[in-house]
Design a protein around this ligand. Structure first.
Ligand code: 4AD
Ligand code: MG
Length: 431
């Protein structure tokens, strides 16, 4: 056995003999030749087995190897201009580590339920592989964005005693005889972080008992939430657009192969340049009316409304100043017009809809206490949150970006279920 290398680094070994460990992706035979596509997680390479160049045992193994069997191959790295990788492997030794029997995902068309039931295997398919690699780049560049700007990571708890985003979508659990809830958002704790670190962000899984079976809703999803002291709504919107633009540019720069694998129209992504359009809630309502959408002024936008609005723009659009009545208790009202909250959402283009929700936060103790009471929330549970308005309260703002909806848009997918390795949906908790 020669040096074991990763296929992605194969160009460093042209003309040398190397060993690759991986899985059989595909196979084709022609006379005394076997063409085996082997993937190792980093890349895929064509391995050529010529009957006269290998032992009888190796050739027999190459002959009987099945899709997704694990294999170890040794051969010489040869240039191959026709292959996307630029290299192939001329095999000297071929060995099966474990022979796979009846791999369930074949070249034929499978239904979504079947593929979702086999999600643990489906991740190996080229498109799913590309999507998860792009997800990784989105998360990497998201962290990079905040880390490079002096934000401190403040991890927030998953077990919480209170609701952050309304009580209708809480997952409840027993916590040693007391009620606890799985977090819907780390925001309230990130606010404590902003008062300690100036600029803070949290990033983790969040949970919502969403009873909607839409292409945008998961019950468990990942949210990244910056929170900044001495930031107003306008600062918040600028941070949001710079952040989203940074992630898109990073994917375009670093994940070209993956974007090609899923046939994403990257020209549409190239258009995502600063600044993004910013419109008042009332202007968004006008768009709906112009498009003959039946919409009641003052309501929140539904999935279809968001699609119609975001379809008007080539870039993500930010909608600000929503009616306070439809927004969360913690949002600060506009002093000039208290019917409106200092809130903003960002809708992704191509009909994808909301990817960000954020606002300036109420920073006055008495006003916030009043809101907590109005919303029938427990004053006791929010005592610590009120403290933040008692000890050095300052204007502050933040937002939350849903990773899966962002992946869905950047990859151009129809449904969020393919944007996370193991999706949790109302009707799915397996595998
Ligand atoms: O708009 P939301 O509810 O805002 C908050 O939770 C704020 N506390 C965030 C903050 O200001 N720190 O959710 C934020 C984002 C949405 O824009 C969406 O991208 C995503 O979270 N999201 C979901 N993604 C997948 N499935 C669901 N069920 C989602 N619910 C929200
Ligand atoms: Mg929202």
């Amino acid at each position: 056995m020669s040096k074991v290398v990763k296929i992605a680094e194969i160009s460093n070994y042209a003309g040398e003999e190397v060993t690759i460990e991986g899985w059989l992706y595909n196979k084709r035979s022609s006379g005394k030749l076997r063409f085996l596509l082997v993937r190792d997680g980093s890349e895929t390479i064509q391995c050529v087995v010529f009957k006269n160049s290998v032992s009888e045992e190796s050739f027999m193994d190459a002959d009987k190897v099945t899709q997704e069997s694990s294999v170890r191959v040794t051969g010489v790295v040869a240039e191959d201009k026709r292959s996307p990788l630029g290299y192939e492997l001329q095999i000297n030794t071929f060995e099966i580590i474990q022979l796979a029997h009846d791999y369930p995902i074949t070249k034929k068309e499978h239904g979504t339920d079947f593929l979702m039931d086999h999600r643990h295997l489906w991740l190996r398919s080229s498109q799913q592989y590309a999507i998860i690699r792009i997800r990784h780049e989105i998360i990497r560049s998201a962290r990079e964005f905040f880390d490079d700007r002096g934000f401190t990571l403040v991890d927030t708890p998953i077990f919480t005693p209170n609701a952050a985003e309304g009580t209708s979508t809480l997952f409840e659990t027993d916590y040693f005889g007391e009620n606890a809830y799985l977090t819907q958002s780390g925001q309230l704790y990130a606010e404590a972080g902003a008062m300690a670190f100036g600029k803070a962000y949290c990033f983790g899984p969040t949970f919502r008992a969403e009873k909607s079976k839409t292409r945008r809703h998961l019950t468990e999803f990942w949210m990244i939430e910056p929170e900044v002291a001495f930031f107003d709504l306008n600062d918040d919107m600028i941070l949001a657009e710079e952040f989203v633009s940074h992630m898109v540019q990073s994917v375009i720069k670093n994940k070209q192969k993956e974007l090609q694998a899923i046939e994403r129209d990257t020209q549409k992504l190239e258009l995502v340049k600063l600044p993004f359009p910013k419109i008042h809630y009332n202007e968004a309502v006008d768009i709906l009316k112009k498009n003959n959408i039946d919409f009641k002024d003052g309501d929140d936008f539904g999935g279809t409304d968001e699609t119609v609005i975001s379809d008007q723009f080539e870039k993500p659009v930010i909608i600000h100043h929503y009616p306070a009545a439809i927004k969360a208790f913690y949002m600060k009202r506009d002093e000039q017009n208290p019917e409106y909250a200092l809130a903003m959402d960002m809708l992704a283009p191509e009909g994808y809809g909301e990817i960000i929700g954020g606002s300036q936060r109420e920073d006055d103790y008495d006003t916030l206490l009043g809101r907590i009471k109005e919303h029938n929330l427990s004053e006791e549970a929010f005592k610590w949150y009120l403290d933040l308005r008692k000890y050095g309260s300052v204007p502050h703002s933040g937002f939350g970006l849903g990773i899966e909806r962002t992946v869905s848009w950047i990859c151009g997918l129809k449904h969020v279920r393919e944007t996370i390795p193991f999706p949790r949906l109302m009707q799915r908790i397996y595998p």
